[in-house]
Design a protein around this ligand. Sequence first.
Ligand code: 13P
Length: 251
Amino acid sequence: MRKALVVGNWKMNGTQSSIDVLMHGLMAQLAGCSSGIVVCPPNVYLDQVRKLIEQTPISVGGQNLDWHDKGAFTGEVSAEMLADLGCDFVLVGHSERRTLFGETNEDVAMKCKASLSKGIIPILCVGETQAQREAGETEDVIASQLVPVFDKLGTEAMASVVIAYEPVWAIGTGITASPQQANDVHAFIRHTLAEKDLNIANNIQILYGGSVNADNAGELFGMQDIDGALVGGASLDAASFLAICQAAVLV
Ligand code: 13P
């Protein structure tokens, strides 16, 4: 039985004081939440959040990492640094990283490997654009994003990976994939992994991301292959994020 997981990706938002308000709002109302909860603040606020969540079931994650161990990579942050700041998770290959910062599937695979080497669970993000969906290429695109990671990590390591399906056309647009559209891709991802290892495929958590909010979360979580959510905008408001966490009960 898979456990639900809800991850808040704060992207490049927040200040020390707004994060204090958000985290206290979240921590005050955790009673009705049975899912795992992860928040991914900007790196500069990781330590602030880590200190706030010490006595809570909330985990903290990074939004990106560099795959090198250390060295002359100005502005970058390594897996070891994220681990040192208490991160249990890190987002890898978010579509904004792929489109705005030119990350390739090979980069993404290297980042997943680096994070696992330091005991951090990579949340591997995949998803197609509107044009790719309209051209009937969704499954080919998703496979092209998954396979290099499977090959680089080896099948067994996939047991320690979370996958997030985020259709690019649904991110920050207010347009959510229908529960059926999302579930179809989740089932395809699970099937692709099942060809390598059925047990890992049955146990891997596959999250949906793209305009998830308090109103649509329940219906999404009701789908068989949707195990949680990767939430952008709605994770910046404690009440909205809590409502999503409370809805995260798997069938
Ligand atoms: P929104 O929930 O704002 O659409 O963002 C989704 C996302 O990109 C989470 O990583």
